[in-house]
Structure formats: structure tokens, C-alpha cells
Design a protein around this ligand. Sequence first.
Ligand SMILES: Cc1cc2nc3c(=O)[nH]c(=O)nc-3n(C[C@H](O)[C@H](O)[C@H](O)COP(=O)(O)O)c2cc1C
Length: 368
Amino acid sequence: MAAGPTRVRAKGPDREGLDLSHRKAEHVKVVLGRDVEGRYRYWDDIQLVHRALPEIDFEEIDPSVTLLDRTLKAPIVITGMTGGFPDAAKINDNLARAAAEVGVAMGVGSERAAVLKGQYPESYACVAKHAVPLKFANLGAPQIIAQKAGDRAVGPDEVRAAMDLIHADALAIHLNFLQEMVQPEGDRRARGCLPRIGELAKRFPVLAKETGAGLSRSVAEALRDHGVRAFDVSGTGGTSFAAVEYYRAVDQGAEREARVGKTFWNWGIPSPVSVLELAPLGLPVIASGGIRSGLDVARAVALGATAAGTAGGILKAAATGYEETRKELETLVHELKVAMFLTGSRTVAELGRAPYVVTGESRPWIAR
Ligand SMILES: Cc1cc2nc3c(=O)[nH]c(=O)nc-3n(C[C@H](O)[C@H](O)[C@H](O)COP(=O)(O)O)c2cc1C
């Protein structure tokens, strides 16, 4: 391995480690092969007001932004998806190489398999080889508390290992209790996560992220009061993890979980609504959940997000190759710049002041 792991050692597989690897591989397979999108595209509810006289040149537009003290060439984050099984190395390498080239941020998927089970550390560590301007390590809230007697909960040593593995700048702690409720093998304990996040946030820069069901203002305030430095809203309207786990539950013959997956497919707070709720808190907000174009990135910034994140929208390209991944990122940046031009926004700060209208199903949410 060229770079990265100093503390995580590859280990021979045990049963639980194999299960974790298998699950991470299945998530990618399901997202690539099945319909897992939310029923409604909330980002289309955000209409930027066209400016017929931009009074700037396209050439002058500067989409760079600062997020957690790092400069990105565009306000885009590839949010955490994968790692922990052999094919994940190629996906993460394509993503990291393209993120470095285009100058955007990136996270990896949950590093639980690597730090607790020593599974395929190289599938994460490949990210450290590339000069990605801002990198997020990733661990789940259910893992920072003990799920059953005798379980080892993730603590500062494991977090340090997860960060070292990819040379991370910050740790993303994901909140995924909807997913856990649809997973036949899901973790059902959530009590005590908040103070544990607080303890970890004293030692590491922590970003709190959802995984497709959104963050409300009250949860974000509690997280902020426990030292969290930034949020990734990951709201409803993009990849539905209830849907992803629905297919897995069907395959496993887990009838009740499959039914729950179907029932809760569209559960959660719409991504743009979550951004509007969190922006006034004054911490950086990454808008994600259903970001599928550079126009969606522009909409997110206009609502007050510092950057926009995409996962499912770039996975197919990343599973195909580096060129495809770079092209997708460059297209996102180009579309963002078109939206900046057509709103007369020379900088991302100016785009943040661009007028917009909220329509459709998002509207009653903001009026509540
Ligand atoms: C295949 C796949 C695996 C994911 N695994 C993780 C993960 O391990 N940790 C995490 O924080 N989020 C994970 N996510 C959630 C994404 O980071 C993101 O929050 C969510 O998919 C919504 O964004 P999207 O609509 O652009 O996909 C995963 C997403 C996908 C598509």
C-alpha cells in the first residue's frame, strides 16, 4: 500500500467481518441495478429567478468556496459511499482521483469494516494517494455506542485509525436509524449517541450527516451544542436507504423488514427544507439527498448551503471509470456556472443571495 494505514492492519475474515463486506458490496449493487430513488424531486421545487441581463462575463465566474478551512474549486462534495470489499478500491480510487483533479471534497463509506474488523483497508486507503482538498472519514452513530453486551463500541482510537487510513481532515458521523430499521440485521439501539458524539467532537472535527432522511433544526441545534462543526443534511428525495434495504430484505426473505422498507420508502425531511432549517445556525451546511445536476448545486447554495453533496448521482460513473467520473464532476461544475451566469452571480457568495421561489410539495414544509 502506497499511503495511509498506520494503525489498521488487514486481517483474515471472521463471520461478522465477512457480513459487513458483503453488505457494503450489496449496497453498491442494489443502487446500481435497482430503482432506489425517492418518489419526488424536491430540488425541482426550488426555482432560481432568471436574470436577463447578467452584467458579468461567463469567464469571470469563480465557483470556489471555503469549507472547514479548505479551499474547493467548486462547492461540491462526493459524500461517503463505499469501502470494505475488494471492488470498492476501484470506485474510491476513481472518485478520489477525479475529486483531486476537479478540486472538490470527498468522503468514504463507513470504515467500520476496516477499523473494527481489519477488512480490506486498502479499499479506503487508496483515497490518501490523491490530493483531494478535503476528505471525510466515516463511521456510524450506531457503532459509537455498544449495541449488545460485550460489543466493542468505536472510541477515539478507532476514530484516529479511520482518519489516518485516508488522511482525513474531518470525521463524518452518519445517522442512519431509518436504514437500521429496515435492515434485517439492523442495530436498534440509539440511546446515548448524542453525548458520545459530543465526546468525539472534543477531540476530532466532526461533521454530522444523515443518510437520506434529513436533519431537522432541533436535532442540528443539539448536535451543534455538542460540538459538531458542520452538517450534511442528506434529506429525502434522492437515494432512499429504505428502498436499498427493502431489496436486501426481500432477497433474504425478511418479510416484516421488506414491508417496513416499502412503507417508509419516502420517509424523511426533504433535502431543500432541511437546508433552509439549518442554514441560520451559522455552521457550514452540505446540501445532499437528490443532488443530480449543477443546477441542483446552485439551488442548494441559493438556499444557504456552503456546498452540495452527491452520492447516488455519481456512483455509476465511479463504477465505470476515472474518465467518466471526472467528466460527471466537470459537467456538474459547468452547469453550476451556467446557473451562476443566468442569475448574475460572479461568486458563490453572490449566488447565496440570488432570489428564488419555493413551489410544489416543499412549500407547505417551510410554512409549517
Ligand atoms: C451505495 C451507497 C452507499 C452509501 N454508504 C454510506 C456510508 O457508508 N456512510 C454514509 O454516511 N453514507 C452512505 N451513503 C449515503 C450517501 O452519503 C448520501 O447521504 C445519500 O445517498 C443521499 O445522497 P444521494 O441522493 O446523492 O445518493 C451511501 C450511499 C450510497 C448510494
